[in-house]
Design a protein around this ligand. Structure first.
Ligand code: SAH
Length: 464
């Protein structure tokens, strides 16, 4: 993190702008909107600033800047076109520990001013750390367009109710948060967004009167598919639940970019799981889910891809069902779908494959062997999950049972992420290619004539 974001309360606080031109004027408007007592030092002022001074909205000192001028101010902005003066302002502030910003000179800034969407009291600040201010403005325009104006109203109405909510739930922080989650996502929000303040207030009050700690206390587990790794491929439902969870259990398949989207103050528990390396045995994960939910928490079990495809999701919720814990399962894009689309290999195609089979290549001693004779239909695509380590044996068995050695095969590593890597070969060459290209899990093997389509359909440049 290059900058620490914060919102300053400048009401009745003294701020200083050095400079009296158009840039100073823009900054002055912004600072005045934040309720500060504004002092401007500049030999001359543009007309509008002079008007502010005449109306006593600002205090004006008509001379050049002196180092001691910064004393007594919370924040200082230097907006002159004289680099030496700006430098002087910066040094004066640095010496005295005062927050300073020199307009358009990041090296001389102790703080920077973000782009802002203002629906006060709701404010959204956007920054690219000075790297691409235009990008920040573009993003701001999008948020402006997307964020209904009524959210500002809703925030204000919620503020009016805060004391009453505190009184009702006391120190039960979780019940308080639950109340707000329910209240701000329900009919009150709809009313506020529709511009009906009275209706929204009434609705908030009714919700508060009806809510009790016990009903807000019940925990639940959400078993959520996080998709193949690219955050854009999450479902809306997944994202909403990620924002709501008290605690998140995740494993290797959930990418850091996705974890970033989990509510900041949610507890994160890593439960591991690579083919042979379980940070927590499955039985313990199952038990932990039950325990956390029984503590009244909203528990998110995030799984790569889809929870019900080679995800052991079934086992996890079985235990929940047995213990009477409320749960929900949210589908995710399984990695076969992700890899197929992002590598340009349709899993079915009228000319090449009429069916597709998903199998797992992972096999522990004592587990049932794949039904090889059933995997030999040349018009069927096979997608093999967890097959990197076993690739030589898988290719060998498929050939032994009748797939031809020149059957096209692709292996797609970390599909849909910026690290996606695709290698294409045949059943006879694949094991060698995997080794040569250094392919590591997570990767999927796709077997069948559809693989030849990648030549034409691969739309995404990925490393080979
Ligand atoms: N439930 C998951 C699969 C879990 S099994 C799903 O629906 O996708 C783990 C295997 O999934 C990995 O060994 C790998 O074969 C595959 N996998 C998961 N994410 C992947 C990705 N981004 N790219 C390629 N394969 C992936």
């Amino acid at each position: 993190m290059d900058y620490f974001p914060l919102f300053l309360d400048l009401h009745q606080q003294r701020s200083l702008i050095v400079g009296g031109g158009e840039v100073a004027l823009r900054k002055a408007r912004m600072l005045l909107a934040a309720g500060t007592q504004l002092h401007v030092i500049a030999p001359d002022l543009v007309a509008e600033l002079a008007q502010f001074a005449a109306e006593d909205k600002i205090m004006h000192t008509a001379r050049t800047f002196l180092a001691d001028d910064v004393i007594g101010h919370r924040v200082v902005i230097a907006a002159t076109n004289d680099r030496a003066v700006n430098r002087l302002v910066f040094d004066a502030c640095e010496q005295r520990g005062i927050l300073v910003n020199v307009v358009d000179d990041p090296a001389l800034c102790r703080f920077i001013v973000p782009s802002m969407v203002d629906r006060s009291p709701l404010q959204i600040a956007i920054s690219t750390g000075g790297q691409a201010p235009v990008l920040a403005r573009l993003i701001r325009a999008r948020i402006e367009a997307w964020l209904p104006h009524g959210y500002g109203t809703l925030a204000r109405l919620a503020g009016n109710l805060r004391d009453a909510v505190k009184q009702k739930f006391g120190d039960d922080e979780r019940a308080r948060r639950r109340f707000w989650e329910v209240a701000l996502d329900g009919p009150a929000a709809e009313r506020a967004l529709a511009g009906d303040e009275v209706g929204a207030t009434q609705s908030l009050q009714t919700t508060l009167a009806a809510a009790d700690s016990a009903s807000l206390q019940q925990g639940a587990v959400y078993l959520v598919g996080a998709g193949p790794g690219n955050p854009d491929l999450l479902t809306f439902r997944a994202l909403r639940l990620m924002q709501k969870a008290d605690v998140v259990l995740y494993d290797n398949l959930v990418s850091p970019a996705i974890l970033e989207l989990v509510r900041r103050d949610a507890e994160r528990i890593y439960v591991g799981k690579k083919a042979d390396n379980h940070a927590l045995p499955q039985e313990e994960i199952n038990r932990l889910l039950v325990k956390l939910a029984q503590q009244g928490k909203t528990v998110l079990r995030l799984k790569g891809g889809d929870p019900f495809i080679f995800g052991r999701g079934g086992e996890e919720i079985e235990e929940l069902a047995e213990n009477g814990v409320s749960f929900e399962v949210v589908p995710g894009i399984t990695s076969a779908a992700g890899a197929s689309c992002y590598a340009g290999i349709p899993l079915t195609h009228r000319d090449y494959a009429q069916s597709v089979t998903f199998v797992t290549g992972h096999r522990r001693a004592g587990e049932i062997e794949l039904d090889w004779p059933r995997l030999t239909n040349p018009n069927e695509t096979i997608v093999i999950y967890m097959g990197v380590k076993q690739a030589p044996r898988i290719c060998e068995q498929l050939i032994a049972h009748g797939r031809t050695a020149d059957t096209p095969v692709a292996i797609v590593q970390q599909a849909t992420t910026p690290q996606q890597k695709t290698v294409i070969g045949t059943l006879s060459t694949l094991p060698h290619l995997i080794e040569a290209a250094g392919i590591k899990p997570p990767a999927l093997i796709i077997v069948g004539n559809v693989v030849t389509l990648a030549d034409k359909l691969a739309w995404r440049k990925s490393q080979a």
